[in-house]
Each structure stands twice: as C-alpha cells, then as structure tokens.
Design a protein around this ligand. Structure first.
Ligand SMILES: C[S@@+](CC[C@H](N)C(=O)[O-])C[C@H]1O[C@@H](n2cnc3c(N)ncnc32)[C@H](O)[C@@H]1O
Length: 262
C-alpha cells in the first residue's frame, strides 16, 4: 500500500504539471453558473489559469477603496484570488463597518492564503500582527503583495504547511482571529488541515475562526466528517452578500472547537 509520504510526493508531482487540477470540480455544485463552467464541466474562477505576473486592483468600499494584488498562477493554485477569499474579505470589511475598531490591534493568522488577499484586507482594516501563511512557492507573491500595499509593519509572509509544527511566530503568542478561504479541495490534506486547526485552537482557545468554503466535490464531505470530531460550526448569517456567493456554492462558516476530553 502506498504510504502517505509517497502519495503526497505523487500529488506534488501532479500539482507541478497542473497547479489548478484540484480546483476543477468533479461534481459541480451549481451548474447554473455558465460563466464559471467550461464546456468540459470543470469549474474555474473568473480569472483564467494562464495569468502570469499580472496586477489586479480590488476595491472594498468604503473602508478600502483600493487594494493592489499581484497575481500569478505560476506558483500554484493560490496565485490568483479565489471568490471564497474575496467573500471572506468583504464580510470582514462589513464587520468592521458595523463595529468600528473591532479589528484594531488584533493578531491574525491566515491559512492557505494564496495571494494573501484576506490577510492584507484585515491589515488594511487595522489588525497589527498578521501572519499570512501558505506553502513556500507562494511566499514571494504574498511578500510582494504586502509590499505593494505598504503593509510591511503589520504583515509577514510565513511558510506553514498544514499538519506541521506551528510557525515560529505562533509558538510564543496567541491569535485573536484565524482565517481560511477555499482550503478544502485536496483530499490528502484534509486531515492535515483539521490537525492544524486543532493545534491553533489549542494555542489560542479564544480565537474566532472564519472558514470560507467552496463546495466542489462530494469528497469534500470527508473533510467535514473529520472536522466534526473537533469542531462545531454555524453559517455566518448576517452577511447581505450571502445569497450572492451561496449561488456559487460558497459557504461562510464560523468554527468553534468542541471541548477536548480530559
Ligand atoms: C484555492 S487556494 C485559495 C487561496 C486563497 N485563500 C484564496 O481564497 O484566494 C488554496 C491555498 O491553499 C494552499 N495549500 C494547499 N495545501 C496546503 C498545505 N498542505 N499547507 C498549506 N497550504 C496549503 C495552497 O497553496 C493555496 O494557496
């Protein structure tokens, strides 16, 4: 039987050949969205995978009139901004609009950040200690985006592979907010992501966790089966954008750690 390490190596090899392969759903959750569904039935976001070293300007009015994002599909699937990340970023802006100062001074960790969009947005809103994490190939892009938006004081791009030891800056500190968008698509990583969420909440038991999920495959259910052993969750219902992104099979959840057995 193939070991997990061999399986992961093979998956990494296939990822290099086609960085976006996991994001091509095999059971499109909402096939009515013709703009997102190509003739071969694959789902891809509005940006095409041929994006190489481009600059995108996003706007989150009224609090963030402009955010610059360098995007590049070269380093992998995270090199472009996915709709779930944008949905989460917009919700966090709305929260700040409703409750000014809510995010000020907060310590935040973003998992699987890709371009770093969500982390950049919370830093723009006033979070002062933002660890924007992903795997090594994405770090340059994240770092470039931090610089582009003048957020070097508040943000750091940090390598963090799920399932591994928490990144160094997290070993001695706690965080107030844990964010993840569009991180459920690669089955061998499901248990690793759940392990990371457990490790983070063990370190920061009172952290709020926002988890924005894009449903692509039936297999995603296995992630939620694993997650359910350690976390409860609820839909974020106070988001006026919810009817819009839920049409694209995007769900915004707030996770809560179940009490651990002594
Ligand atoms: C679909 S992208 C989403 C990126 C970003 N959150 C967004 O919404 O635009 C998934 C991200 O998860 C990261 N990722 C996948 N497996 C990972 C792992 N085992 N450890 C850390 N990050 C991982 C990828 O590198 C990628 O950036």
């Amino acid at each position: 039987m193939a070991t997990m390490a061999a399986l992961l190596r093979e998956e990494e090899r296939l990822d290099e050949l086609d960085p976006l392969r996991h994001l091509r759903g095999d059971d499109n959750a909402d096939a009515n969205h013709a703009d997102e569904v190509l003739s071969d039935g694959f789902i891809i976001p509005a940006q095409r995978p041929s994006i190489i070293d481009q600059l995108q300007t996003l706007s989150f009015p009224p609090l963030i009139p402009e955010l610059q994002l360098s995007i590049d599909a070269g380093p992998g699937s995270g090199g472009i901004a996915w709709p779930a990340g944008e949905a989460l970023a917009r919700y966090l802006c709305l929260r700040e609009e409703r409750n000014r100062g809510w995010i000020k001074g907060k310590t935040v960790l973003e998992l699987g950040a890709g371009t770093g969009l969500v982390g950049l947005v919370v830093a723009k809103l006033g979070a002062t200690d933002v660890l924007i994490t992903d795997q090594k190939p994405l770090l340059c892009l994240i770092d470039r985006n931090i610089g582009l938006n003048g957020l070097r004081t508040a943000c750091q791009a940090v390598e963090f592979n799920w399932g591994e030891r928490l990144p160094y800056p997290m070993e001695k500190t706690t965080c107030d907010l844990i964010l993840a968008a569009d991180c459920v698509y690669f089955e061998p990583a499901f248990a690793l992501l759940v392990q990371t969420l457990c490790d983070l909440t063990a370190r920061s038991p009172s952290a709020e966790i926002f988890f924005c999920y894009k449903k692509r495959r039936k297999a995603d259910k296995r992630f939620f089966i694993l997650l359910k052993k350690h976390f409860k969750w609820e839909d974020v219902e106070d988001d006026p954008q919810r009817p819009v992104y839920s049409r694209d099979a995007i769900l915004l959840l707030r996770l809560h750690r179940r009490p651990t057995k002594q």
